[in-house]
Write a protein that binds this ligand. Sequence first.
Ligand SMILES: Nc1ncnc2c1ncn2[C@@H]1O[C@H](COP(=O)(O)OP(=O)(O)OP(=O)(O)O)[C@@H](O)[C@H]1O
Ligand SMILES: [Mg+2]
Length: 371
Amino acid sequence: MKITKLKLNNFRNYNHENFDFCDNLNIILGDNGSGKTTLLEAIHYLSLTKSFRTHNNSDVVQYGNDYFQIFGTFNDSEIKELIVNLNYSKTEGKKLFYNQVELKKKTDIIGKIPVIILSPNNQKITEGGPSLRRNFIDRILSQINREYLLLLIEFKKRLYQRNLLLSGFKEKNRKAYDSYIETIDDFLIEHAFQIQKMRTGFIEEFNPVFESIFNSLSHIKKPVQIKIIPNISDGGENFINEYKEKLVSKFERDIIYGRTGSGPHLDQVMFIFEKRDIRFTGSQGEHKIFLVALKLAEGIFIEKNINEKVIFLLDDLFALLDKKHCMNIIDKIGFANQTFITATDMTVLKRADFDLSKYEHKVSHLPIGLS
Ligand SMILES: Nc1ncnc2c1ncn2[C@@H]1O[C@H](COP(=O)(O)OP(=O)(O)OP(=O)(O)O)[C@@H](O)[C@H]1O
Ligand SMILES: [Mg+2]
């Protein structure tokens, strides 16, 4: 998938602006606050109907306005043209159109315009708490396996229901594990078993791809892997008994806390860099390379599943990286995908003696009109 044109109206600092892109490497240069991240954010909106830096659509509307509009022209691998238009107004909400036909269902949208975003915010995945890493795994797996997505949705619904009941028990000072709770728990156990099996299977498949990408990006060449430490330790025959025993024995404690303290929603996901948890030992650059490798591996899995090339949106890619890593990354991404890289200037690329002429490329200077 490739985006050839983009038009923005009232989108953050862009009043009315038009952009043209090339099919391979698009380098977006501009000073701080010139609108580089905003441009990537607009492409992300067309792919997933949301921002990667705010949950609130009205944050994105240009100050003093009531609405924004984004128009993008895309070509897929068969060079079929797709015109995507997303409008948001503070009064009417969001509307998305493909070739002027409105799309209402999320499932019609997801995966049609596959993008992989790497932004400084993402660094929390390797540096922050466990839920971000669990979400990273769940997000990829949900995109490539619909059965997993449905299992996860059902599991979360029942978990929510159980937690509500726990709060009710607390209010009424009830403690008895009754048959209604048992029915919910049986449902949770059955789903949890499948979720755990699929997560483990996915990690086994993902790790070799991830490690090989990491080693091609880095001259550091250290063993890397993702490791899951399941909350229910037995992934085999005894899973059901172990989980059931935990749910029953911790029931009174769960009532006190108002939430369910055991299950796959509490699985730990660790990113291992040379036998250690990168969270506590990695340098800033190592964190960044780890994340870039994760994102490139994510791209491979998504592409394999939907049979369409992803668009890479790499915001501030070169920050924190030495020149060898910068060159390796661009070489690895190569010619196969359309890629957007933002930077404040060309210093890093020049410093790296990078031969841009190898690639079809376009350098855009922001604000538009400057060069
Ligand atoms: N709703 C909005 N309306 C108008 N301007 C906005 C809005 N939201 C953010 N801005 C401004 O838009 C500008 C562009 O922001 P953006 O994050 O895209 O800059 P950037 O080029 O990525 O900068 P940096 O190099 O610092 O990352 C900033 O000056 C920001 O304050
Ligand atoms: Mg930025």
